[in-house]
Design a protein around this ligand. Structure first.
Ligand code: AMP
Length: 460
């Protein structure tokens, strides 16, 4: 029998907020992590988004801290989106508590953070780079910190923040409590835990498996040039409510965003080159259901906390197997069912996908799609006013990742071949009969854009 929130002996203010949020039972990570955090243990939580890890540490912090208007809890997160979501969860669960919570992240005018920091806050949720800025400016003091949470530590490592994290920890008192949450445990993270924690308790969730169990996974074998028509067919036939479509690169996401709009599918885009305000607008439009389709890269969508996502589409397969589980785990939250559809364009991709599915201890079936020929027709590019709304360079911390990662696998890039559309890579490609592509796209029409492939300086 599962335990109840009452069994965790939380304060009445928290119980009331938990009730308002509609949480009926603690999730496994909450059941195990909350008592350990409340007794003051250091904790390693192997858990990903969707497990309820945020509420696990938020409830523990709200329960144990007496507000002093000094930073007593510091939560470090990899992205500004996650910072905002974690703050939202603190505010929701702490709505009957007097604690002051502040998000501190790169991309926002630093002056807007200095004021509240000076006035005094109890809990700061931050991206590491911006904390470093504040430390250098002496606009933040961490010497009253009693608890540090490193959330999504593996992503902070991926995004190159680990040295900042180590530096920040040095500015906090030695006798603090530390909790680290990470979906994966690479050796650098284990070392970080070893050097910064005292006999940490370890809580693992088997969420990978249970998440995948509630997700109907399908793949569509499709010729590269038909992917856009295929996604349009799926969207028009299924009319899913909230849908996330994952592209591999920022440029791929952009191309798909506009191509879908040209085809009449209203959607928003989320990637690291967009301005902060544009990203926030996209997130709000999606979260509220105003725009039901989100085209995103992995980094941008990381930690995106939206329930009720009905469909996840891997327009491009992820490079890393564990990312596959992260992506499809966006659907089927909190015991609900969801659908995940992955596009594969050649046998290599099929093999990769099967490995990812096997790793998640789940199964996948083929979805045989009859592409609506209407969607193969050329659609002239329309004017979209937001195209200039991007960062000059991807500056600031906590959001974008540059670098040559898009080249990491030769066969995906321009040299590898293997996709449809006449490239001879020696690998058989899937697809509809040749005649469709040939007649509808009419070779080299001005303005026709390939979608989904980030040739050149592709970054996510
Ligand atoms: P997280 O793993 O922290 O990203 O949380 C995923 C989602 O689960 C968030 O929308 C939370 O508000 C929600 N959640 C957290 N705890 C519970 C719970 N005990 N019951 C139902 N939903 C929850």
């Amino acid at each position: 029998m599962s335990i109840r929130f009452e069994d965790l002996r939380l304060a009445p203010e928290l119980m009331k907020a938990i009730n308002d949020a509609g949480f009926e039972h603690p999730t496994p990570i909450q059941e195990h992590a909350i008592p350990l955090l409340l007794q003051g243990s250091d904790l390693i939580g192997q858990a990903q988004t969707g497990t309820g890890k945020t509420a696990a540490f938020a409830l523990s912090i709200l329960q144990s801290l007496v507000p002093e208007r000094k930073i007593q809890a510091l939560i470090l997160v990899p992205t500004r989106e996650l910072a905002l979501q974690v703050v939202a969860e603190f505010r929701e669960l702490g709505k009957y508590c007097p604690h002051r919570v502040l998000a501190v992240y790169g991309g926002e005018d630093i002056q807007r953070q200095i004021g509240p920091l000076r006035d005094g806050v109890d809990i700061v949720v931050a991206t590491p780079g911006r904390i470093m800025d504040h430390l250098e400016r002496r606009t933040i003091k961490l010497d009253h910190v009693k608890m540090v949470v490193l959330d999504e530590a593996d992503r902070m490592l991926d995004m190159g923040f680990i040295d900042d994290v180590k530096d920040i920890l040095k500015h906090t008192p030695k006798n603090k409590q530390t909790a680290l949450f990470s979906a994966t445990m690479p050796s650098t993270i284990i070392d970080l835990a070893r050097t910064n924690m005292v006999q940490p308790e370890v809580v693992k969730t088997s969420e990978d498996k249970t998440t995948a169990e509630n997700i109907r996974q399908h793949y569509v074998a499709v010729d590269g040039k038909d992917k856009l028509a295929a996604i349009c067919t799926i969207l028009s036939e299924r009319k899913p409510s909230l849908t996330i479509i994952f592209a591999r690169t920022k440029r791929g996401a952009d191309n798909l965003h506009f191509a879908l709009r040209d085809k009449g599918f209203d959607n928003v885009c989320l990637h690291g080159d967009l301005t902060q305000s544009r990203r926030e607008r996209s997130m709000d439009a999606f979260r509220s259901g105003h725009k039901a389709i989100l085209v995103a890269t992995d980094i941008a969508a990381r930690g995106l906390d939206v329930d009720d996502i009905e469909l996840v589409v891997n327009y491009n397969l992820p490079d890393e197997p564990e990312v596959y589980v992260h992506r499809i785990g966006r659907t089927a939250r909190a015991g609900k069912k969801g659908d995940a559809i992955s596009f594969i364009t050649n046998v290599m991709e099929k093999r990769e996908l099967m490995q990812m599915v096997t790793r998640s201890q789940s199964t996948i079936e083929e979805l045989v799609l009859k592409i609506d020929p209407e969607f193969r027709k050329f659609t002239p590019r329309q004017h979209h006013g937001e195209e200039g709304d991007r960062l000059e360079r991807h500056g600031g911390h906590g959001g974008s990742r540059g670098g040559p990662s898009g080249h990491s696998r030769g066969y995906r890039g321009s040299s590898g071949g293997g996709y449809g559309g006449g490239r001879s890579g020696g690998r058989p490609s899937y697809g509809a009969p040749r005649s469709h592509g040939g007649t509808s796209h009419g070779g080299g029409r001005p303005g026709f854009r390939r979608t989904g492939f980030g040739h050149g300086q592709s970054t996510r």
